[in-house]
Ligand binder design. Sequence first.
Ligand code: PHB
Length: 393
Amino acid sequence: MSPSRRTLISTAISALALTALATLPAQAQGLPKLKVGLMLPYTGTFAALGNAIENGFRLHVAEQGGKLGGREIEFVKVDDESDPSKATDNVNKLIKRDNVDVLIGSVHSGVAMAMAKVAKDTGTILIVPNAGADAVTGPMCAPNIFRSSFSNWQPGFAMGEVVAKKGHKKVVTITWKYAAGDESVKGFKESFEKGGGTVVKELNLPFPNVEFQALLTEIAAAKPDAVFTFFAGGGAVKFVKDYAAAGLKKTIPLYGSGFLTDGTLNAQGADADGLFTALHYADSLNTPRDNAFRLAYAKTYKLQPDVYAVQGYDAAQMLGIGMAAVKGDISKKAEFTAAVEKAKIDSPRGAFTLSKAHNPVQDFYLRQVGDKENKLVSIASKALADPARGCKM
Ligand code: PHB
């Protein structure tokens, strides 16, 4: 065979081999497992929330046969304790020591802001599966930062419209003094005051304190038409019980962003009955998509899912969409981002898309507690988008 013919044949064979290789799933090409850094609270007032997020995330991965974009998943877990002062160290360890490919976290807004800062500086892909810090999809927005949950402004804003329409004029707010509390109240105030109401007093206590007694006495003395609150996890359980025990439930209606009664109803018992809240999920959506999710979750974990489980599940879906688009090569960040940006995410809550700042544009449901469920009453706010104030992207 002439040398030129031999070169031609060997070039053709290499080309064929390359084509075959390109169509093989990444795992078959010997790509290592995708290292997913789960930075969540596994202790403290938000421990149950962290566990539900992880459960939801793992459920989606399991439904995909254990792989996203052709790569098996390896989890590296950190308990962030909902402590912002430890957050920068924790996230740096995940990136530098553990070499994670992607970050998932967290629940607490202060922790998530520290994660977003490091993600922005290093270009690591971050999907926030709960924390609502407005800044994450506001001034800190970035092509590699996504949220599968909500902004703190969203449920507050949705509830403010409801409370104004109910005809309440004077409202006292009560929450923890940190980003999530402050921003929920701000969102509430924006729509409530536009609707003709006035927030007459803003009460708060440091996170994660649960000594509510002095503040409940202040509420009783102020005699407002209604109270709006943001509490979540263990703190929400205690607040709802203390509000009822103080005798306020009978006299001053209590409204909240839906975290007040999500994942908490077994512990709150009858003290939560009848409460109205607004959130991007409810227990009785009764759609085929949600019913299938709820059944799978209950079978796998012997637990009912809540909003946190849904957000974890959707964080995994968003990662899966990006990973499929880059065929397992997460270093292709621009392609990853483009795919997630144009996706319609098939969430149990109802399909949603992302805003330009990468926050879900989604319906907010008015729910009422009954029979240990957050029952769907109506859609409080259709396709509500966070205003993304300060995001330049
Ligand atoms: C937050 O800190 O952003 C936060 C925590 C718990 C929730 C919701 C928001 O349920």
